[in-house]
Design a protein around this ligand. Structure first.
Ligand code: AMP
Length: 308
């Protein structure tokens, strides 16, 4: 079974959307990535840090889904990373209200020995030096290194971010962040500029407008499934990344053609994430739910035009 190493935040989130508001609930990039990747038969492990204030049942939630948590350090006298965000009425944009790094400020990641040979490494949203620290601990170059990041790290650690971007094969980033990283409005030009920074494959996530995959002049587009109910988009990007990484780790085929399927899996999983607040929907997801939705996805995107 393929091994997948995931690094990213394991966090408390407080979220406000037009449909309601939550107090501190379970969140974090690695949490969403881990839950999403757990839908594939891969041996995945999360590398992260939490404080003594983090409930054990949240960690159990990951291990009950067969996500290894040996690499999640618990700093007993520290506080867990906290993020709070408020969505605008269209749910496509949000304001970050609070980012408290807390235990993340002095975090040195430790990849458990058995995962140092992993084929796929998913560097989720976290300080770029921590992302690089995980890559440095791998015993061999992973077959695929994927990086996700956000504007926060571009604002405070751009040089470190450029340094780690150079070392990955794939970057998954949202449209606004791709524009910030490159200074380009056109996403096609932005993707080309990101290629020049290192990654051979660039995935640009466009929220409810789907995702674009770029590689060496080739382009693929997958829409997002139009949904009746969207309650909370938090974690959709990470859930996409977890599905994308999980599918590629499971199939062990890292070609552009197979990455198209990985984008479809990522989009499908993200479509569940937004249906409830926080991680709630991802906790109860079944293989049948996913298959059913993949069928809807296929119907949505298939057409038959005879071309001469
Ligand atoms: P997404 O909606 O996919 O962009 O991810 C939202 C998740 O990212 C939330 O659960 C937050 O806890 C986490 N998050 C927010 N800001 C940061 C940050 N600066 N670094 C790492 N994770 C973050």
């Amino acid at each position: 079974m393929s091994k997948l190493v995931i690094v990213g935040t394991v966090a408390f989130d407080a979220i406000e959307t037009p449909f309601g508001k939550t107090d501190k609930i379970l969140g974090g990039a690695a949490t969403y990535i881990g839950l999403s990747a757990s839908n594939f038969d891969v041996d995945s492990a999360v590398v992260s840090v939490v404080g003594g204030d983090f409930p054990k049942e949240y960690l159990d939630l990951l291990s009950n889904k067969n996500v290894n948590i040996d690499g999640i350090e618990i700093v007993e006298d520290g506080k867990t990373f906290f993020w709070s965000g408020k969505y605008h009425n269209d749910m496509n944009s949000r304001d970050t209200l609070v980012t408290e790094l807390n235990v993340l400020e002095h975090f040195n990641p430790v990849v458990p020995d058995v995962y140092k040979e992993a084929d796929v490494v998913m560097l989720g949203n976290l300080h770029p030096m921590v992302q690089q620290g995980v890559l440095d601990q791998m015993n061999k170059k992973p077959k695929l290194a994927i990086l996700d990041t956000m504007n926060f790290w571009m604002d405070i650690a751009l040089d470190d971010l450029h340094a780690v971007i150079k070392n990955v094969d794939v970057i998954t980033i949202n449209d606004e962040e791709a524009r910030q990283l490159t200074g380009e409005y056109s996403l096609v030009v932005a993707a080309r500029k990101i290629h020049e920074m290192g990654p051979k494959y660039v995935v640009i996530k466009k929220g409810e407008h789907g995702a674009l995959l770029f590689n060496d002049g080739h382009m693929f587009y997958a829409p997002a499934l139009p949904l009746e109910e969207v309650f909370d988009p938090t974690g959709a990007g990470d859930t996409f990344a977890g599905g994308f990484a999980g599918y590629l780790a499971k199939t062990e085929d890292y070609s552009f053609e197979n990455m198209k399927n990985a984008v479809i899996y990522g989009s499908t999983l993200a479509s569940f994430c937004v249906e409830k607040f926080g991680t709630e929907r991802m906790q109860s997801l079944s293989k049948g739910d996913i298959e059913h939705r993949l069928k809807d996805f296929k119907k949505l995107t298939q057409f038959n035009i005879e071309l001469s």
